[in-house]
Design a binder for this molecule. Sequence first.
Ligand code: HSE
Length: 420
Amino acid sequence: MIRIGIIGVGTVGTSVAEILESNRDIICARAGKEIVVKKGVVRDLSRQRTIDIPLTDNVDDVLDDPEIDIIVELMGGVEEPYAVVKKALQNGKAVVTANKALLAYHRYELQEVAGELPFEFEASVAGGIPIIKALREGLSANHIESIKGIINGTANYILTKMMNEGADFTPVLKEAQALGYAEADPTFDIGGFDAAHKLLILASIAYGIETKPEDILIEGIESVTQDDISFAKEFGYTLKLLGIAKKVGDYVELRVHPALVPQRQMIAKVDGVMNGISVIGDKVGETMYYGPGAGGDATASAVISDIIAIARGGKSSPMLGFKRPLESGLVLLERDAVVTKYYLRLKVADRPGVLAKVSQVMGEQNISIETMLQKPARGDAATLLLSTHACKERAMQDALKDLFRLDSVKERPVMIRIED
Ligand code: HSE
């Protein structure tokens, strides 16, 4: 028998307990052992719950219980769960966590502490999609060329509604929150931070790269408007918040931002709250993973798969794919050196010579314009939408500053990267 302690009995923790009960036969058959929830840890013991498991509000009741084999950490946050998980590992317990923010900051320290102890985290990225096991096991013969993921359901829900229904940002965010997919602080979803946490976890497995969220480019979807959507439609793109990890020689590019993606690509068809991840391996080619990235049962499905793997006696070390950080020899590419195509939205004065000035600025930075669209003027200002051929981020940032200095440019230009 395997006994588990669940720390944090919210939506996911409740689903874990329920599924362990409702799917007991198949889980027991696959694990080769019975799995029992010995205790759950909650903040508020007086709250009514739908499950019947022994509860405590003292985390040490499970961390110090010699009968508990696996700690399931579902608390959320960073520093508090870090202390809890560390103590669990120091007490010799296996750990399963769904906590992407914890891993974004402390995955390498925890890997050190875990040593040979199982430390599993399938549910931390893309909820029910077994992407961690796909990278760590299924694709382990490959050099990973790129990972492109829609790994935040809330942002994808908002962008899908804006694309398909012409909806505005704020009311759709409210809907997504009501549906229960958003983080406690929804700026994590729309600001790209939640996707960045997940991307860093994937990049560790694929590239052995040790990075923190502060090290990488993170842009959210707050500035997207219907003008951008109409450009996307006009030129055969859809708009997605992407997490991108890409090997470029001895470097790894890591970035999270809204991106224009050609409508024919599979990832462009991942709509609503669903998640989708394209992984290209040098031998296998492109593989694609699709499924629910959030929600109690979907996330619990991933948590329980980890519990079953541990019950079977599988060793998960090294959890991040490489024995030590940077053993792969790859380093993070500087943001300024990223090369991609761009889309720009400019509010300009509608008068002779303005286009010439805009294209002069682009020419000075050696940026070549690919397409251009002018929306009808409202008053004396027109909206100019243009896309460029590939150029370095540095050149684009300089061009944006120069454009904003022009008299004829009325507002700070908006830029969105294009991922062809
Ligand atoms: N807030 C996350 C999302 C939940 O919207 O995808 C799962 O991590």
